[in-house]
Design a protein around this ligand. Structure first.
Ligand SMILES: Nc1ncnc2c1ncn2[C@@H]1O[C@H](COP(=O)(O)OP(=O)(O)OP(=O)(O)O)[C@@H](O)[C@H]1O
Length: 466
């Protein structure tokens, strides 16, 4: 049973959470002052954090909640965080989940919803959100792909795996750079050692050194014990630095020193520690151009790109689209306990020509959504098709595809990549469901709480089959 920390500056909410959760979890810790959050996490073992979005200092923007969420994720990437939002905060909930919150619950909730949310996240604590798992588990999904460009990638991976050469993986977002990194690790002689992934894109500047190099007790306020950094964790294994293109120049210099000397000095330490790591980096930026623009150090670039692997975008992988559709259809059908599901020939034809801006990640999410929403044993991709034509229309004539309310506003900001769309729909559906449950099925009350007209509410209920 999990130990839960509830962070909210409203004492009534803390008391209500404690009373409601106590019989269902190992322990409930409560904290009214969020500035003490990181200190509390340092000295208490906690399995889940329930974090309010809106603190009184900054009552309505949610920025403070986002700020604390980022802090937790940077310092404790595996710790699940469930955000507590208000009904109108659909945008914020989507943003928080993008940043790595595992789930959200909208206020006001009824007790069962709170208990269910905590139980769900603790049961699924290993199914990490994409933005969250900075130290990622080494079980890599199979790299699916038979197309000519993917066969070339496979051949290169096999060659490079047996060496200790540094590898730079380049490709658009969602093309599978992390899957490739994990596969190389698995095929390498280091496979029995750690695979440590660090998302440089979400690592705050001020935590760069302490996270990567570690720190000694007393090195700075709050450093209450010695801590090894991620590089030491990866000793004898593989260190995967994701989103390297975003690293500021000063930090590039520090990283280069470690790579050159093959040793790290923890913050506050007098002596360096020798490390033996295999380095794999990934980025969707054009690093060569960044070198030319003076944004990326040339010496670091040469050190990390001993072997470069270019992952082609999904739209250039031809028959792989069919393979991936089948693979994910099977996976999700099994996961959601559905029987055999199929995709019509005409849908397949369209899916082969769709340009998949979010690449394999978008395909996986689209199939998952279609499986979840399937009313028959044939998957329906019309939502994806509608989304893509709306996005094209929006690109051609901005402003023509959007309307008014809080919930509709949220979709305006998220009409781009498939992942955003998926999260938005998840958040929207769950918020509506929760409001209906809270108001015991009274549509008018729920619609009012959500800031929707009854018509808009019914349209959404129909869309989500509620
Ligand atoms: N060839 C593939 N076969 C099966 N699954 C894949 C493949 N490529 C990617 N995926 C899946 O697609 C999703 C995105 O992959 P991954 O995170 O490796 O992409 P990425 O290029 O690292 O993205 P980003 O640049 O956004 O970090 C994951 O769920 C991954 O399992």
């Amino acid at each position: 049973m999990p130990r839960v920390l509830v962070v909210d500056d409203n004492q009534d909410i803390l008391t209500a959470c404690r009373l409601c959760l106590k019989p269902h979890v190992a322990d409930v810790l409560t904290l009214a002052n969020p500035t003490e959050l990181m200190g509390v996490l340092k000295v208490n073992k906690v399995d889940l954090v329930l974090l309010d979005m809106n603190f009184t200092r900054d009552a309505s923007s949610g920025e403070e909640g986002i700020f604390y969420l980022k802090q937790i994720i940077a310092a404790y990437p595996q710790l699940p965080v469930v955000m507590m939002t208000a009904y109108a905060d659909v945008n914020l909930a989507v943003r928080a989940m993008h940043l790595g919150a595992r789930d959200f619950i909208a206020k006001p909730w009824d007790n069962q919803q709170l208990i269910d949310a905590v139980a769900y996240v603790s049961d699924n604590k290993h199914t990490a959100n994409k933005a969250n798992p900075a130290i990622k588990s080494p079980e890599a999904p199979t790299l699916i792909g038979q197309s000519e460009p993917m066969q070339a990638v496979q051949r290169l991976m096999e060659k490079v795996a047996s060496s200790d050469a540094n590898v730079l993986i380049l490709g658009e977002s969602g093309t599978g750079k992390e899957v490739v990194a994990k596969s190389i690790h698995r095929m390498s002689q280091r496979s029995q050692q750690a695979f440590v992934a660090v998302d440089m894109g979400t690592l705050p500047d001020n935590l760069f050194e302490s996270e990567l190099f570690g720190y000694r007790k007393g090195a700075f306020t709050g450093a209450m014990r010695d801590s090894d950094g991620r590089i030491v964790h990866a000793h004898q294994g593989t260190l995967f630095l994701d989103e390297l293109g975003n690293l500021p120049l000063v930090q590039q210099g520090k990283l280069l020193t470690v790579l050159q000397n093959r040793e790290v000095t923890a913050v506050g330490a007098l002596e360096a520690k020798a490390v033996d790591i295999r380095l794999i980096c990934a980025t969707n930026e054009n690093l060569q151009q960044q070198v030319l623009d003076g944004k990326f150090r040339q010496d670091l670039f040469y050190r990390i790109n001993t072997v470069e692997i270019h992952l082609p975008p999904l739209r250039e992988r031809g028959e792989d689209i069919d393979l991936l559709l089948d693979y994910y259809c099977q996976q999700y059908a099994a996961h959601y306990g559905r029987g055999e599901l199929s995709i019509t020939a005409s849908d397949r034809k369209w899916l082969r020509t769709y340009n998949w801006p979010g690449n394999v990640r978008e395909l996986a999410h689209s199939v998952e959504r279609a499986v979840v929403l399937a009313d028959s044993d044939t998957l329906d991709f019309s939502q994806l098709a509608r989304g893509s034509s709306a996005a094209m229309q929006e690109a051609a004539m901005p402003g023509t595809t959007t309307q008014g309310t809080a919930i509709q506003d949220a979709s305006m900001h998220n009409n781009g990549a498939g992942e955003d769309e998926f999260l938005l729909e998840y958040v929207e559906r769950k918020t509506i469901q929760q409001a209906l449950q809270f108001y015991r099925g009274n549509v008018s009350h729920a619609a009012k709480a959500l800031g929707l007209t009854r018509g808009a509410m019914y349209r959404r209920m129909e869309k989500y089959g509620l």
